[in-house]
Design a binder for this molecule. Structure first.
Ligand SMILES: [Mg+2]
Length: 165
């Protein structure tokens, strides 16, 4: 066998090796993709898809927040997350306001959802629910704006009189 033939055989062997390696990488990527995709009957996906009530969403957040819902760690996680998401929303509005960048409605809704998730996590930490929060807010604002919104009422903050220093 000539030197040229030996070299060619080596190159062919190398090509086979690389081809086999590429094929293996493709198969591994396909396996990873399939494992990451929700499969039929996947309970996690089913729960997300079927969230249609506040109660279901509350349980959805509770399950995801389970690892970080203790004491100070949980409060910091929820509060920092809430502020962080508010910042993301503010940044989108800033880019619209200052640069004239169109608001990406889908992205804005995504960020609102992120913030809502942290809001629900915080509610769970203080052991309250959405209706209790809404009720407190409505009571406060009805007291503040008994005749509807006015700048004068906003400045007077009637609901805080005598309640806070
Ligand atoms: Mg976000």
């Amino acid at each position: 066998m000539s030197q040229g033939s030996v070299a060619l055989a080596k190159v062919e062997k190398l090509i086979d090796f690389v081809w086999g390696l590429n094929k293996r990488i493709e198969l591994l990527e396909e396996k990873e993709r399939l494992c990451a995709s929700p499969q039929k009957g996947d309970t996690t996906e089913a729960k997300v898809v079927k969230v249609t009530t506040i109660h279901e969403y509350t349980e959805f957040v509770r399950e995801l927040f389970a690892k970080k819902n203790e004491a100070a760690d949980g409060f910091m996680h929820a509060a920092a997350g809430n502020s962080g998401e508010a910042g993301e929303i503010m940044d989108m509005i800033k880019k619209h306001w200052v640069y004239g960048k169109p608001i990406d409605r889908e992205k804005l809704i995504e960020e609102m959802g992120d913030q809502l998730w942290y809001f629900f996590a915080l509610m769970q930490l203080v052991e309250t629910d959405l209706w209790a929060v809404i009720d407190a807010n409505v009571k406060k604002l009805r007291k503040r704006y008994p005749q509807g919104y006015t700048d004068t009422a906003a400045i007077a903050r009637r609901d805080t009189m005598g309640a806070r220093p």
